[in-house]
Design a protein. Sequence first.
Length: 152
Amino acid sequence: MPKWIQDVLALQKVDLKIRKMKQKLAEIPTEKQEILDDLNAKTTAQHDCKEQIMRTEQEIKKIESDIAGINDKINKLQNQSIMVKKNEEYRALLSEIDTCKEQISDKETDELILMDRLTDEKAALVKAEKLFNEIKKTADESVTELDDLSNN
């Protein structure tokens, strides 16, 4: 094969490398944006987990407050029952006290369910934070690599 054909082939190889590098450089901003978008999505997921935990904790506090209110009502009814002179009124107060105790039982069941859910949500948050930290580290490295590549 003549020398000039070898030179043209070598030039084509170099030209192909240059074309690939230009294409890679043109894709850097898009690649970088995809990495940052993924990182933002993980940040949002982590934030959503924290918000859900706060909502669940608020629901638990509300139930605890409701239980305290029902307990106060029971105490008032018990104090009232001491002063009642008729059996019918006394039975009515005892019935109302029993109803309040059932309400407390239901609220405590709801509270236990919420506490289980809270435990699951906290575990999910730990996983989300771990995943976020791994992705953040990888994203930072990738962005730095892409910036270095585009600057050189």
